[in-house]
Ligand binder design. Sequence first.
Ligand code: AMP
Ligand code: MG
Length: 263
Amino acid sequence: MRPEPLSRVSLKDYDTRYSGEIDRKVAKALENQLEERMAELQEMLYAQGEHSLLIVLQAMDAGGKDSTIKKVFDCVNPQGVHVYSFKVPTEEERDHDFLWRIHQRVPRKGYIGIFNRSHYEDVLVVRVNDLVPEDVWRKRYEQINQFEKLLTESGTRILKFYLHISKDEQRERFQERLDRPDKNWKFSKGDLDVRKQWDDYMRAYEDVLTYCNTDYAPWHIVPADRKWYRNFVVTKTIVEALESMSLAYPAPEEGLDKIEIPD
Ligand code: AMP
Ligand code: MG
């Protein structure tokens, strides 16, 4: 679900339970095929070493960032993938501009980089909680667009996913985290304070999805109440992006066909 560039996004127009015309079994089968293709394309990306792919994942708590990473990338060679989870900035990070810590984690040529949270936190949690004055965070949409343009022009393809869940779905997933001892660690009492700010976050997300949805670094709003559909959409979007990147294995060294391997 790609919003039209420059159009005003209203999240209530996006159904969190949408699952296309596709049925779960078919989606799973297609996803397996897509994953095989992703593995091939990733190997080419690595071998060619000319481009990189940056995947940004944003969502409310329990929106599925962690499990998307686990499920969608279980097919690729871990050697060519870096995952980075952005937490509350350290003192050193706070003493720099907000993009400083982000820029250092951008994938180098040949690699896929996955951001679990990102520079967008600096116009989400930071805005909702007034962590900096409005005239500071307001400028950031344009600063982010310029930063993402620089990355794109330097050979990094950027794909951004907002995993869109409903407030009811979040309640169910939180409840499961409370009920299951093996999931308790995923819940913190502070998650409920953030839940209270749900509407403020939706407004902040709508601005992100409106102002930072560029041709070169598009946002994809993924209906995410159904996990199988979410995984299918994310996988498909990544494979399509890789397919469009003119990846190829590098030309072999000359004369390989004449080599005989000695005993
Ligand atoms: P988790 O993803 O559950 O490990 O939590 C990471 C926490 O770091 C979340 O509460 C985020 O809101 C917070 N966080 C990430 N980036 C920033 C930022 N730039 N400023 C403030 N808090 C942040
Ligand atoms: Mg979390």
